[in-house]
Design a protein around this ligand. Structure first.
Ligand SMILES: Cc1ncc(COP(=O)(O)O)c(C=O)c1O
Length: 266
């Protein structure tokens, strides 16, 4: 069974995790997508015509997971799989213009914080860290009385490991009023508990390594957005920086996703 967008919208998330990303239901067709191991694809010779072309640009094994995650997060565009959660963090931070301002929770996942700190130390961006549970303090850093407004608000809610909770709606409203985009790391909530796009976030990030894949046997990351320009920029970054998912890992992640609802409930 494959899920049309309209059909998926009518299904509960518990059903989507089991049913999304299946091949077309047809006689003798497999119920699971195959693993495609190929670095190169036959094509028209023009990537602009939608050719897959080369294995760093696309792999059909990524598509079912990317579709399923987009449906779960309520996105209108397919998600983007990455080699790890931090590869996804790197791609998301690439949305910041040179010298731009990033506001980040003091208790963000350490790897995300280290990456942003190192970029700041090299002068690529300005980093402002803040207690993300203090909504007014975050707003003050997004739009300070003096100084540059934020370009990117980074949310992680709950944070890992301090479990700080952000008021995503209030903070995304403040960020958008200042002209900033909002990336929310939804790893610890999963889309079954919280859908940041519906609360105004522009991009959702996952360490798929954690709850989505769920079996401690795979390292992967993902980004999801409904914004075509942001998705195009992220896809370009993934192609050029090469943080792509292995096909076997992508397949394992989809298999892990099938039990997400049961594992969360448990
Ligand atoms: C909230 C959060 N974001 C991002 C990451 C990084 O993901 P990965 O370990 O898959 O690179 C982690 C990993 O622990 C995490 O917990």
């Amino acid at each position: 069974m494959s899920l049309s967008d309209q059909h998926a919208a009518e299904l509960s998330p518990e059903t989507v995790v089991v049913a999304a990303g299946r091949p077309e239901r047809a006689h003798d067709e497999p119920v699971n997508p195959p693993i495609v191991l190929s670095s190169t694809y036959f094509g028209t010779g023009s990537l602009g015509d939608g050719d897959r072309g080369y294995g760093r640009y696309a792999n059909p094994t990524w598509d079912p997971f990317e579709d399923a995650l987009a449906k779960l997060e309520g996105a209108t565009l397919p998600g983007l799989l990455y080699a790890s959660g931090l590869a996804a963090v790197s791609s998301a931070l690439s949305l910041v213009p040179a010298g731009g301002v990033v506001v980040m929770p003091t208790h963000s996942y350490a790897g995300s914080l280290v990456m942003a700190t190192e970029l700041a130390e090299k002068g690529f961006l300005e980093l402002r860290t803040v207690d993300i549970t203090d909504t007014e303090a975050v707003k003050a850093l997004i739009s300070p009385e003096h100084g540059r407004k934020a370009d990117l608000l980074w949310l992680e809610s709950p944070t890992n490991p301090m479990l700080g909770i952000a008021d995503i709606r209030a903070l995304t409203d403040a960020a958008h009023a200042a002209g900033a985009i909002v990336v929310t790391d939804n790893t610890f909530s999963t889309p079954l508990v919280q859908q940041p796009l519906s609360l105004g976030s522009d991009v959702v990030l996952h360490s798929v390594t954690k709850y989505l894949a769920g079996h401690s046997d795979v390292v992967l990351g993902a980004l999801v957005t409904s914004n075509p320009e942001l998705r195009a920029a992220l896809l370009h970054h993934r192609i050029i920086h090469g943080g792509i998912a292995g096909p076997f890992e992508a397949w394992l992640a989809l298999r892990g996703l099938r039990t997400l609802a049961l594992r969360i409930e448990r």
